[in-house]
Ligand binder design. Sequence first.
Ligand code: HEM
Length: 173
Amino acid sequence: MDVEEMQREIDQVIGRERIPTMEDRKSLPFTDAVIHEVQRYMDIVPLSVPHYATRDISFRGYVIPKDTVIIPLLHSVLRDEGHWESPWTFNPNHFLDANGNFKKCPAFMPFSAGKRSCVGESLARMELFLFIVSLLQKFSFTSPTGPDSVDLSPELSSFANMPRYYQLIASPR
Ligand code: HEM
């Protein structure tokens, strides 16, 4: 359903011939919302990367002593009930306002936050947008074993929630 809605939006804004550019993103709010929701829901790096206090730090009334290892739990932010209407459900409306415009959310931090957040964020976000839009522009995707057979639960590696391998059929549109 979401994919068909994305393809309708892409057809209207870009058509099937022109190569998508980053300028198109603001005209594709639903597509942008789905891509954001995929990153929120998949929660790829749930524990971020361990950090280390190089000096005593005072934070919201707590003292974090020098040499403490800090594990920023991005997972808890991406599933925070105070920020997301339905944290455990895939729901692109998390990133859409009542008029269907794209809406930013401060709890969207799959790339972490602060001075040491991911330096590849802009590149990764451009790649995700251009790859997904280009693929949906030209192909329809189905599962050989039916849509309900795709297991969305992650495969745990040492520190990442990796998507599972599965087969897809890509049919030219
Ligand atoms: C969807 C894709 C990506 C996700 C979800 C992601 C996520 C993250 C996260 C959570 C961190 C830890 C930040 C922290 O320590 O607080 C990180 C760090 C980093 N990422 Fe990414 N990343 C992605 C793509 C990329 C790409 C494409 C590049 C390079 C072109 C990249 C380069 C780096 C580097 C160099 C760091 C270390 C930054 C530092 O310690 O100062 N990442 N990333």
